[in-house]
Design a protein around this ligand. Structure first.
Ligand code: F6P
Length: 341
């Protein structure tokens, strides 16, 4: 069998572990040939690929990023390609395509699959918001980075009696903010799933200081937003080159709290540091399991599916199910976190 792999969308710790696992299982386990398309679907459409063997993947397990490169989806070009999938599959000479990616990548995988390409998807996102799988690799690493940041910020915050507003990734779902906030002992958590009122955060900080505490840490997902009419947020600022830029929610909230509290509030934007570097043991294991199951699915002819963690087991679920709606933080999970603020 000749298997093509690609990594698309935002990168994520654990991608190299999946690539390594696929190559080991396919080449050593089944005697397959594996090729890796460069820079996501772009490499697939342009025919840019290289052979992957055991030597190519040696030493990449603990390495962040992706040895294949990644790029965001070019939807127009893909829609064009979908029109003649049999020709494209024949030209590439592949018997199976394993795209590794998030919502956009899996939507594209579904389009290709429905047009006749033999596709097995592998989900990835640090945001952990793909509904069909209990976990995605990369999430554990991101939560670990954000938790360590909060641990470190607490000591400096206490020295200076400051409020730290830590903005973490999560455009549509607040899983990273929720779990790093819980693990890092945040005193407030703001998620995209539920609008927040800055007055509640002001009250929390004032009560802490009244109890003799000298600092506060607030975890904010980048997609969090204030309730209507509670804070003047969303207006652009003009930069030195005349471009309109929006203050991220972390910065805007720190400015708001500093103004209302009369205490220093510092925004800390963790950004892509959460996506870089070495994956945790958990993410390496999950990524390796996903890779093994994707190859087995391809050999069974289980196309149009993706790997998913359900409980402790890996199952194959239809791609159609994978990309229906995002997995959001339920209210009860937020209540668990709030009880220890
Ligand atoms: O989708 C994952 C994610 O990490 C989001 O939380 C974040 O908004 C986005 O990627 C940013 O990615 P980039 O800056 O690479 O476009």
């Amino acid at each position: 069998m000749r298997i093509g792999i690609l990594t698309a969308g935002g990168d994520c710790p654990g991608l190299n572990a999946v690539i390594r696992s696929i190559v080991h299982r396919a080449v050593a386990g089944h005697g397959d040939q594996v090729i890796g398309f460069e820079d996501g679907y772009k490499g697939l459409l342009d025919g840019h690929y290289r052979p992957l063997d055991l030597t190519t993947v040696s030493g990449i397990l603990a390495r962040g990023g992706t040895i294949l490169g990644s790029a965001r989806l070019e939807r127009g070009r893909l829609q064009e390609a979908v029109r003649d999938v049999p020709e494209l599959t024949k030209r590439l000479g592949i018997d199976a395509l394993i795209p590794i990616g998030g919502e956009g990548t899996l939507t594209a995988a579904r389009m290709l699959s429905e047009a006749g390409m033999p596709v097995v998807g592998v989900p990835k996102t640090i945001d952990n918001d793909i509904s069909a799988t209990d976990r995605t690799f990369g999430f554990d690493t991101a939560v670990g980075v954000a938790t360590e940041a909060m641990d470190r910020l607490k000591t400096t915050a206490e020295s200076h009696q400051r409020v730290m507003v830590v903005e973490v990734m999560g455009r549509h779902a607040g899983w990273i903010a929720l779990e790093s906030g819980m693990a890092g002992g945040a005193h407030g958590i703001c998620l995209p799933e539920r609008a927040f009122d800055p007055a509640d955060l002001v009250k929390m900080v004032e009560e802490r200081f009244a109890r003799g505490k000298k600092f506060a840490v607030i975890a904010v997902a980048e997609g969090a937003h204030p309730a209507d009419g509670t804070m003047d947020y969303g207006k652009g600022e003009v930069d030195q080159y005349g471009h309109e830029r929006f203050l991220g929610i972390g910065t805007a909230l720190a400015v708001e709290l500093e103004h209302r509290l009369g205490k220093e509030a510092k925004p800390v934007i963790l950004g892509h540091v959460q996506r870089g570097g070495t994956p945790t043991a958990y993410d390496r294991v999950l990524a390796t399991r996903f890779g093994w199951h994707a190859v087995e699915a391809a050999h069974r002819g289980d196309f149009g599916h993706m790997t998913a963690l359900r409980g402790t087991e890996i199952e194959m679920v239809p791609l159609a199910e994978a990309v229906t709606e995002l997995k959001r933080v339920p209210e009860e999970r937020m209540a668990e976190a709030e009880s220890v603020f």
